[in-house]
Ligand binder design. Structure first.
Ligand code: URA
Length: 252
């Protein structure tokens, strides 16, 4: 692989930026200064240093984050206020600087967020044509009736051009995700699992607002066939397993 490709794919800059770094003498290979961007590198064996720091080759990285409340779903470059904490700040072990969240959760929403730099995968998962399922646990400020639930399941007007697509809603107990009573009648009518196939702005909050109630807690549990790892506490993350990645790539 060419040296400039190695550096660009490791997130050190665009192809033309890394070429400039190389020609300025900022890069060395196995201890020797290299000024030729076409110089061949073996990512398995060679040690490349940029400004004295070893560059670890990583074309793509994939993390599953259990997003905590209070953190913005954006990468640093997309923040209006750079002092705010964003989800990519939480990923301490990242090798690359170009990670971003796949889709957005509201600041107060918690749960599953995929963080990667694989734009093609992100595009496929977010494409409105693919309708990738997203399941959330939702708690409401007041109960909704079974009639409201069937109205929501069919699709409701939330003030957009079109009503929402049909979705699935299951009543659960108020004790939270993982409760054994999933699918049983909720004692309160205030807690549900909801699976939507779209990703409109504040969609779930606006759907329940259309029934006169308010979402007081929202947690994403899955996206496509990627399930939030229950062992991850809020703010914790891990790399995706190979099987999880293959599963996501197979999402249509
Ligand atoms: N729907 C919402 O209202 N908020 C989210 O964060 C995700 C889905």
């Amino acid at each position: 692989m060419r040296l400039d490709k190695f550096l660009a794919e490791s997130g050190k800059g665009t192809r033309s930026e890394v070429k400039k770094m190389i020609s300025k003498g900022r890069v060395n290979l196995n201890g020797l200064l290299v000024k030729d961007p076409s110089f061949k590198v073996d990512p398995e064996k060679d040690v490349v240093k940029l400004d004295g720091e070893t560059v670890i080759y990583a074309a793509f990285e994939y993390f599953m984050l259990n997003k905590p409340a209070g953190v913005i779903s954006a990468s640093k470059a997309d923040l209006r206020n750079p002092d705010e904490l964003c989800v990519t700040d939480l990923i301490k072990e990242k090798l690359r600087d170009d990670l971003f969240p796949v889709g957005r959760l509201d600041k107060d929403t918690v749960g599953l967020l995929l963080i990667t730099n694989d734009g093609e995968l992100a595009h496929r998962l977010l494409s409105p044509k693919r309708h990738v399922d997203k399941t959330y646990y939702v708690k409401l400020s007041s109960a909704v009736s079974p009639e409201d639930i069937s109205k929501l399941e069919k699709g409701v007007d939330i003030g957009d051009d079109k009503p929402t697509l049909p979705c699935r809603i299951l009543p659960v107990s108020d004790t939270g995700p993982g409760d054994a009573s999933m699918g049983s009648a909720s004692p309160s009518g205030r807690s549900f699992y909801i699976t939507i196939h779209e990703g409109r702005f504040h969609q779930i909050k606006r759907m329940f607002a259309a029934c006169g109630t308010e979402v007081i807690y929202l947690k994403r549990l899955s996206m496509g066939n990627l399930l939030l790892d229950e062992k991850l506490g809020e703010g914790e993350y891990r790399r995706l397993t190979w099987e999880e990645l293959l599963g996501l790539r197979a999402c249509r």
